[in-house]
Ligand binder design. Structure first.
Ligand code: SF4
Length: 315
């Protein structure tokens, strides 16, 4: 089960300034089947609920937190609450963070900043900024961006891969386990970053005869960086062609033609990825191509999240 830190209001908790929540059904109903949530709300911790709204006001590079109507400077209380909530989520084995957009605390690039009374553009909210500083190469998104099917697919893939990395880190006992992990992730890594995928292969080959602990540490650091890259139609097509190349000798001519056509239609954004993947999976099972059967790229997350069924999932 995944463990994800989430802005409490997105879970439906009536914790916003006006005592409302803003439940996000994708998070609670879809991801909720596979995840437990660690809720956080720095503003509730600092000021209780209901509360006066706040905004971030820039003054000579300092971020001051000011209440909108009474104009009180509440920066210290807010910074203390951010530190406490950060400490809370750092103590959990989380594999991702989902933040509420536009909030002065939680917005991820969508928080309005002010200088005097004038808007100064959009940046990260205070808690989002702190999370990004402390959780490097980590799955972090805000719910508004997850409406985009491409970002959602990439984020969920990253969440599940990150969780696998945490489990490996916790349980690994032999070099063979690292080799098997890398083997299963080969095509997925290739679909993210070809150069890093090759470097990861070199790390696993371990020509320098480093200890298992050193190798695992090196490998997982680059693995986490690699899965943070976004996929693209071009990179995905490349991987699909590699997969087909793997068992093309077994395929008859009509199967080859069908796969070729489906990959082209995916490239031209006529067919969603799920169609190609289903055909590949069907043929992989038909010809019992064991190496491909174990590839995470075929099933990076539970199928019922249905994240590869829209054309907009490719970019
Ligand atoms: S956006 Fe963040 S600070 Fe605001 S209510 Fe939701 S969890 Fe609390």
């Amino acid at each position: 089960m995944l463990k994800i830190a989430v802005s409490a209001c997105l879970l439906g908790e009536p914790i916003r300034y006006d005592k409302t929540g803003q439940r996000d059904r994708f998070i609670t109903d879809k991801l909720g089947k596979y995840a437990s949530f660690i809720p956080f709300c720095p503003e509730h911790l600092a000021f209780g609920t209901p509360r006066e709204t706040i905004r971030i006001v820039l003054e000579e590079r300092h971020k001051n937190v000011i209440t909108v109507f009474s104009k009180n400077d509440v920066t210290q209380a807010m910074n203390d609450a951010v530190a406490q909530e950060l400490h809370k989520i750092q103590n959990e084995a989380i594999c991702g963070i989902i933040l509420k957009s536009k909030s002065p605390s939680c917005g991820l690039g969508s928080t309005k900043y002010y200088m005097k009374e004038m808007s100064e553009g959009k940046k990260d909210g205070l808690f989002a900024f702190t999370c990004k500083e402390h959780f490097v190469d980590f799955p972090i998104e805000e719910e508004a961006r997850l409406i985009d099917p491409w970002l959602r697919e990439n984020f969920v893939m990253q969440l599940f891969a990150y969780e696998d990395a945490l489990q490996l880190q916790k349980n690994i006992k032999t070099m063979q386990e690292l080799v098997s992990f890398h083997t299963a992730y080969k095509f997925l890594l290739q679909s993210k970053h070809e150069g890093n995928y090759r470097l990861l292969g070199k790390i696993v080959a371990n020509h320098e005869k480093n200890s298992l602990q050193e190798i695992t540490q090196m490998y997982l650091a680059l693995f986490k960086k690699t899965i943070a890259y976004k996929g693209s139609i071009g990179k995905t097509v490349n991987v699909l062609q590699h997969m087909v190349g793997f068992f093309k000798k077994e395929l008859n001519s009509s199967e080859k033609a069908e796969l070729h056509m489906q990959i082209e239609e995916f490239r031209d954004e006529i067919t969603p990825l799920i169609s190609v993947m289903s055909t590949i999976e069907f043929l992989v099972k038909k010809y019992n191509t064991t190496y491909l059967l174990g590839q995470k790229f075929l099933n990076p997350y539970p199928k019922d999240l249905s994240l590869r069924s829209m054309i907009q999932e490719g970019k």
